[in-house]
Ligand binder design. Structure first.
Ligand SMILES: *[C@@H]1O[C@H](CO)[C@@H](O)[C@H](O)[C@H]1NC(C)=O
Ligand SMILES: *[C@@H]1O[C@H](CO)[C@@H](O)[C@H](O)[C@H]1NC(C)=O
Ligand SMILES: *[C@@H]1O[C@H](CO)[C@@H](O)[C@H](O)[C@H]1NC(C)=O
Ligand SMILES: *[C@@H]1O[C@H](CO)[C@@H](O)[C@H](O)[C@H]1NC(C)=O
Length: 413
């Protein structure tokens, strides 16, 4: 009887303990459910898990081909120009409304498990020309394209060794023979068809161009000052400042004219936040605009040229480009082909001869100059993704065997 009682008590206690445990477990579960629904931290964790699922499935080959995503790895620093503007993932292509948005950008070398799986590995020129060999990828698969990207001039970022010969498959630069064009302007004809800049241009001859309208000639009459220059870098390899100063002296001494220098290297200023104001000033007041580049490199003609052409001033160019690839003859003056004396005399002559001055704008009846980002057909980031979707381009083996020679100006090293 006593034993039975003990057994019964033990059983009772055991049941009570179990019930208690169950109750506690249920309570904990309920509390944690509340935590999940109310606590933001848990929600975030869930999101991370979801993203990881996406990442994991993206890695699987099946999904990769189904989505038809093209994977681009930024090998050099993603926070530097130009990579910083590519955006992460597909974002940069989507936000620009690119014709193709199926390119995926990352700087995470392990994103696909192994960097030989990327379709493209991109290298920013200014960084990679200074990389030692051990900072470059150590393995590579033959289907991959290694792309060299630079909007900066080769004269400022030359490559002085042969270490990258045979390394790149594609170039994405301002040089006109790059696979992917990343210039500062696009030239269109009357029908809005892109016609340049190109190595071979078929400009209308000056004598075949329509004459400048009376209306336009009237507009030019508001001009009263010789030349303007907006500049913020006072020192440059090309010594453009020295040339501008000499030109100014010559103009002052002989013709009572001047070069007005705006920005931190000169005495004049116009509001930079309202760039239209500076540009309107060119249009209204100035006969000429100094399109002086900071470095001499082939095809390196920047927005300084675009600005003059768009704001009705004759560009005075000083650069390493072959300008016949950018403008018809009779549209500009070249400070490297004329002496300072000749240049100043020519400026004075045109200022004093409105008919002759207006002739320099005949091209406007036939061509227009546009910034590349104005249209998704020419937007450089869009072009990169478009190129990556061109199967023939992707399949064709292309190798820059003589990369140093292709990139670095002669005699620079
Ligand atoms: C523009 O298109 C018209 C009609 O197709 C053509 O006749 C003309 O030659 C084109 N103009 C230029 C500059 O290509
Ligand atoms: C400039 O480019 C044109 C067209 O490519 C070429 O015919 C000409 O020889 C070049 N001029 C110089 C000085 O290289
Ligand atoms: C030089 O030009 C300025 C205005 O631009 C004028 O005021 C001045 O009289 C001119 N000097 C001479 C010597 O012509
Ligand atoms: C890219 O360049 C490498 C190195 O020269 C070469 O082995 C490979 O065949 C090229 N691949 C493509 C797809 O062009």
């Amino acid at each position: 009887m006593r034993a039975w009682c003990t057994k019964k008590a033990v059983f009772f206690i055991a049941v009570m303990i179990i019930l208690l445990l169950l109750y506690n477990a249920a309570k904990t579960a309920k509390d944690s459910n509340q935590l999940i629904s109310n606590h933001p931290k848990v929600t975030i964790r869930k999101k991370i898990v979801e993203t990881q699922t996406v990442v994991n499935s993206a890695v699987s080959e099946n999904v990769k081909s189904k989505d038809n995503l093209k994977y681009i790895l930024q090998w050099t620093l993603p926070q530097n120009v130009p990579f910083v503007y590519m955006g992460k993932g597909r974002e940069g292509f989507i936000s620009r409304n690119c014709p193709y948005t199926n390119c995926f950008v990352t700087s995470d070398r392990n994103y696909l498990g192994d960097y030989t799986k990327f379709d493209v590995i991109a290298f920013a020129g200014p960084e990679v020309v200074r990389y030692r060999k051990d900072r470059l990828p150590q393995k590579r698969s033959p289907h991959q394209k290694y792309a060299f990207a630079s909007i900066e001039s080769s004269d400022n970022y030359p490559l002085c060794t042969n270490s990258l010969d045979g390394f790149f498959n594609w170039t994405w630069t301002y040089k006109l023979d790059s696979e992917i064009r990343w210039g500062y302007m696009t030239i269109r004809d009357k029908n809005k068809t892109i016609v340049g800049p190109n190595k071979e241009m078929h400009w209308l001859k000056l004598e075949d161009m329509e004459p400048v309208s009376e209306d336009f000639k009237q507009k030019l009459k508001t001009k009263t000052k010789a030349a303007a220059w907006f500049v913020s870098n006072c020192y440059s390899r090309s010594n453009r400042m020295g040339v501008a100063r000499k030109l100014n002296e010559e103009l002052r001494n002989k013709y009572n004219l001047s070069v007005d220098i705006y920005g931190s290297c000169g005495q004049l200023s116009c509001s930079r936040d309202k760039e239209e104001n500076c540009d309107d000033l060119i249009k209204k007041d100035y006969y000429f605009y100094l399109s002086f580049e900071n470095a001499f490199s082939e095809d390196y003609a920047t927005e300084k040229l675009w600005r003059a052409l768009n704001y009705d001033a004759i560009p005075i160019v000083y650069g390493g480009a072959n300008y016949t690839r950018f403008m018809p003859d009779g549209t500009y003056l070249d400070a490297r082909k004329l002496t300072i004396t000749e240049l100043a005399a020519k400026m004075n002559e045109l200022i004093n001869d409105p008919e002759k001055y207006a002739e320099y704008f005949k091209w406007k009846n036939h061509y227009s100059y546009h910034r590349q980002h104005e249209s998704v057909d020419t937007e450089p980031y869009c072009l990169f993704c478009t190129h990556l979707n061109n199967e023939e381009m992707v399949k064709t083996t292309t190798i820059y065997e003589d990369f140093k020679k292709w990139w670095t100006p002669p005699g620079r090293c």
